[in-house]
Design a protein around this ligand. Structure first.
Ligand SMILES: CCCCCCCCCCCCCC(=O)SCCNC(=O)CCNC(=O)[C@H](O)C(C)(C)COP(=O)(O)OP(=O)(O)OC[C@H]1O[C@@H](n2cnc3c(N)ncnc32)[C@H](O)[C@@H]1OP(=O)(O)O
Length: 223
């Protein structure tokens, strides 16, 4: 395995190309609480069989809440800086659909560094349902894309997914802790060959290989 691990100091800082950065610890507890409540709300809305009056009242309440929150919106592309347990620092978009701290639609998948790459656990509810009781195949690909993209960013440099191949080995169940792992296979110039796996009850349900292409960042060797 060839891994060009960059120190934190060498890794590009999103501020260098005009993106605002929020430190994870600076996200207000009240916002974290709101994100968690709305995450539960999405599940409740998706599954409710409440009567028409209750639904109409809920829609009106939510419309008012939405207007209230929209008075101050973040800049698109706002990043969050996370300090991993390993001591590494990671940057991610704050509304990332898989892992974003402020995105109520995100499961969220939280990845930590291991000697092999990255590892995280996530349990998905019916919001992520495809076939009855099972995770949607697109979401399985999204989890794997996030895992391989993050390991490439943490262990080499940030990049975009050029190619993602997913093998669906067996059904991936809802309401079951899923172990997601990813690692770098090799690096050839800007091309980072990565792989990832999802396990449920210790059995592999899906695995992926991917090609990440490192992006040019102003102020770096490639930029
Ligand atoms: C500080 C910031 C922090 C950011 C945090 C990140 C967190 C991450 C978490 C997010 C996770 C989620 C992640 C997401 O959701 S990423 C979002 C989904 N992906 C995209 O939108 C990417 C769209 N594609 C592109 O923009 C371009 O095609 C890219 C940038 C990928 C390459 O265009 P570029 O003009 O730059 O490069 P090139 O064309 O000269 O090619 C270069 C080399 O690569 C080879 N090649 C190219 N394509 C393919 C292919 N399909 N199969 C096989 N090989 C391919 C090519 O032959 C050449 O090889 P060689 O001739 O040199 O040998």
């Amino acid at each position: 395995m060839t891994v060009n691990t960059q120190s934190v100091a060498e890794r590009p800082d999103p501020r260098a190309f005009g993106l605002p950065v929020v430190e994870q610890a600076q996200i207000p507890a009240e916002l974290r609480s709101l994100v968690a409540r709305v995450h539960d709300l999405i599940d409740a809305v998706a599954n409710t069989e409440a009567d028409a009056d209750t639904l109409a009242e809920a829609a009106s309440t939510v419309e008012g809440l939405t207007d209230g929150l929209n008075v101050a919106r973040r800049q698109i592309g706002t990043m969050v800086q996370r300090d991993l347990q390993s001591g590494d620092t990671e940057f991610g978009t704050i509304t990332n659909i898989v892992a974003g701290d402020t995105n109520p639609a995100a499961p969220p998948l939280l990845l930590e560094r291991t000697p092999e790459g990255l590892r995280g656990e996530v349990t998905l509810n019916t919001v992520y349902q495809g076939p009855p009781g099972l995770v949607h195949g697109g979401w399985i690909a999204a989890l794997l894309d996030q895992a391989v993209g993050s390991v490439s960013a943490v262990e080499t440099a940030p990049g975009l997914t050029a190619n993602l191949n997913v093998d669906y080995r067996r059904p991936t169940p809802l309401f079951t802790p899923l172990e997601v792992t990813s690692w770098v296979e090799r690096v050839e110039g800007r091309k980072v060959f990565v792989a990832g796996r999802i396990r449920a009850h210790g059995e592999v349900t899906a695995e992926a290989t991917a090609l990440m292409i490192q992006v040019s960042v102003p102020g770096t060797q490639e930029g």
